[in-house]
Structure formats: structure tokens, C-alpha cells
Design a protein around this ligand. Structure first.
Ligand SMILES: N[C@@H](CCC(=O)N[C@@H](CS)C(=O)NCC(=O)O)C(=O)O
Length: 216
């Protein structure tokens, strides 16, 4: 199994955590996001979209899109499960995951920030304001789900980590990267702390990956 990865990629972090929770240890091939290696011909032969992550698990092509990869891992390596029992519960967990992965994260990825700065005329400060607004709007939506539900437990759904926690943790790491205030989201912060206390999350932290700086 080969994971194409970059220390800073939060989508790759999500896959790293899922792999670690399932006790899987892929070979890691670093792709240099800072040098835009993901857009080069060599990496596009692996993932034509030119984004991280990609995971080769011997299917004849590299798997792409973090949520699709995590769903694949869930089906191929069912234990321990990253989804709760029950149709409604699974939909709730997938919904929280999608607030992060489908609504919030796409607004702040490098190619969008670059476009805003290079083509739409926004300066660095305005791009940062856009990033903060996108992150806080996404976290508001997640916090409302967490605060308003009897299903919220130690983690987003009950007392075991699920794909919702993986995605929430990636969102809070993004807020740390971009120095975005999250102090008014107590449920999210409490659950993030519970995640970080688990080895699978701690070992997958961006700053613990090859090529990472010591601090942000
Ligand atoms: N929705 C995708 C996001 C993929 C994505 O945008 N990855 C970022 C790193 S987190 C990337 O490779 N960006 C490269 C770019 O924007 O040029 C997923 O969850 O896998």
C-alpha cells in the first residue's frame, strides 16, 4: 500500500488518521506541495486531478479524494469501524464529515487561495479573511450539530472515533495553521482534544510527518 502524502495536506491527514485507526502502515511517498509537484506530469499520472492524497492499494489505479479513500478503507478493512451502527447515525456522521470536506475545505485549498490572490486581485490580508470566514462558517455548522444532538458523546457520535472526528480534527488543524480563532466552539474543541489524545491522531499530526517544520 502506498500513500502519496505531504506533511501539510489536511486531506492527506484525514487518510493518515483512518489508516492509523485501522492499524494499517502504508509506504509513504512524499509529494512536495510547496513546489507544486502535485501539478506536474509525474504526479498527474497517479492522480490526474493533481491534488493530494492518493492511495495505491493494488486496485490497478490510485484511489483519490480523502472521503472516498476512507470509505474504501472502511469496506476493505472493516475493523475497527469508522462508522456507527444504524442508518441515521451513519448519515449523521457522514453529514458532519461532508460539512468539512465538501463545503468548507474546498474554499481554502492552495489553488483557490492562489486564484483569489493572482487573478481576483485580493491581497494577502483579504485572502486570510476569506480563509477565516470559510473556516468559521464551517465550524459553526458542525458545532450546531454537535451542541444540539443527544448523540454527541466523547466524540462527534458516541464514544468511539468516526470519520466525523477525523474530518473535524482536520478542520481544527486548518484553523491552527491559519491562526483562526476557535474559542467560541466548545464542543468542537472538546472533541478535538479527545482525538488528539489518541495515538492514531497524534502520530498523524502534520508536524510529525517527514519534511515538516518544527512549528507552524
Ligand atoms: N476534496 C479533496 C481535496 C484535495 C485537495 O485539494 N488537496 C490539497 C491538499 S490538502 C491539494 O493537493 N491541493 C493542491 C492545490 O490546490 O494545488 C480531498 O478531500 O481529498
Amino acid at each position: 500500500m502506498i500513500l502519496y502524502s505531504n506533511w501539510r495536506s489536511l486531506a492527506t491527514y484525514r487518510v493518515r488518521v483512518a489508516l492509523a485507526l485501522k492499524g494499517l502502515q502504508p509506504e509513504v511517498v512524499p509529494v512536495n506541495l510547496q513546489a507544486n509537484e502535485q501539478r506536474g506530469v509525474a504526479f498527474r499520472a497517479i492522480n490526474p486531478q493533481g491534488v493530494l492524497p492518493a492511495l495505491d492499494d493494488g486496485q490497478g489505479f490510485a484511489l483519490f479524494q480523502s472521503l472516498a479513500i476512507i470509505e474504501y478503507l472502511e469496506e476493505a478493512y472493516p475493523e475497527p469501524t469508522l462508522l456507527p451502527q444504524g442508518l441515521g447515525a451513519r448519515a449523521r456522521v457522514r453529514g458532519i464529515a461532508q460539512i468539512v470536506c465538501s463545503d468548507a475545505h474546498p474554499l481554502i485549498v492552495p489553488r483557490v487561495r492562489e486564484y483569489l490572490q493572482q487573478n481576483a486581485g485580493l491581497d494577502e490580508e483579504a485572502v486570510l479573511a476569506w480563509v477565516h470566514r470559510s473556516l468559521r462558517t464551517g465550524l459553526h455548522a458542525v458545532e450546531a450539530q454537535l451542541a444540539g444532538s443527544p448523540h454527541t458523546g466523547r466524540f462527534c457520535h458516541g464514544d468511539q472515533p468516526t470519520v466525523a472526528d477525523i474530518c473535524l480534527a482536520s478542520h481544527l488543524l486548518a484553523m491552527q495553521f491559519f491562526k483562526c480563532d476557535a474559542t467560541d466552539f466548545p464542543q468542537a474543541l472538546r472533541i478535538f482534544a479527545a482525538c488528539e489524545a489518541l495515538d492514531a491522531f497524534a502520530a498523524s499530526h502534520p508536524l510529525r510527518q517527514p519534511g515538516a517544520p518544527e512549528t507552524m
